[in-house]
Design a protein. Structure first.
Length: 277
């Protein structure tokens, strides 16, 4: 037997350009996610330190400026870009918005800092709940009429002070492709003190302007899973379309007001409402 006669040829590479590209994309995606998680942790820490070290020695105007800047920074960390369409947000208005995600609060704050009426469960969320409590959030315990009266008084006091107060009258979140019934009672403080309401339509879009449900915090999704979905998306646009303020000085009926604001938001996001809605 001659040496080398049966020597096998070197194995050929089975890696194709397509496979190599896929591996490269996977590595880039993993790196992007790791970077965003790290930046998110640092950004939350910055928020905590700012509130602890700066808030006690400054007033509401400074708090609102810091809140807006921090919220814009959070959107950037998450790979999101704020897009404002329509009117300017008027001071001293009750802002009425559809509800898709926990990000909604920070998107609105990035546009125009506001106090929020939120479900009491948010107060228990790690870090985010504490940040919300330190930023004029009004926590509503559902089913308590006595507590509802207190909430109405707190909301009216903020509006009278020239602050914006934002509400999500659906009472829960959707994936952004639907619009639930509006609970009209939440609009009562604006009517009681004669302040306008201003509809805000929130949409989440891809950079090429397609519908995105990535930020949606609905169904059985946990907060951590929702954050992970956002962080994994390459880019998302948070679009807020602001309608003109609607006066309540003429003693508007809250059900009529809720119907009108819901209809204006539905028109922007492209939802046809049933006559019985």
């Amino acid at each position: 037997m001659h040496a080398g006669a049966d020597t096998a040829p070197p194995p050929s590479s089975t890696t194709t350009p397509a496979v190599e590209a896929g591996v490269g994309a996977a590595r880039a995606g993993a790196m992007l996610r790791a970077t965003r998680w790290t930046r998110l942790g640092l950004h939350l820490l910055q928020g905590v330190l700012t509130i602890a070290a700066v808030y006690p020695f400054t007033g509401r105007d400074t708090h609102q400026a810091l809140r807006r800047r921090w919220s814009l920074g959070l959107l950037r960390v998450l790979g999101m870009r704020l897009e404002h369409r329509g009117e300017a947000v008027a001071p001293g208005c009750m802002l009425v918005a559809n509800h898709v995600s926990w990000v909604d609060i920070f998107a609105i704050n990035a546009l125009a800092p506001a106090a929020f009426v939120s479900k009491a469960e948010v107060r228990a969320w790690p870090v985010i709940g504490w940040l919300a409590a330190k930023n004029d959030t009004i926590f509503l315990r559902r089913g308590s009429r006595g507590h509802a009266r207190i909430i109405n008084e707190e909301t009216a006091a903020l509006l009278d002070a020239g602050c914006n107060v934002a509400i999500f009258p659906e009472g829960t979140t959707t994936d952004g492709a639907a619009l639930l019934h509006f609970h009209a009672a939440l609009l009562q403080p604006a009517i009681a003190c004669g302040h306008p309401v201003q509809p805000l339509a929130l949409q989440y879009r891809t950079p090429d302007d397609r519908f995105s449900r990535t930020p949606a915090y609905d169904g059985e999704l946990s907060l951590g899973e929702c954050i992970a979905n956002i962080i994994a998306a390459p880019r998302t646009v948070a679009r807020i379309t602001v309608a003109a303020p609607i006066t309540t000085a003429d003693g508007a009926d809250r059900r009529t007001l809720a119907t009108r604001t819901r209809a204006e938001i539905a028109t922007v996001i492209g939802i046809t409402l049933d006559a019985q809605d």
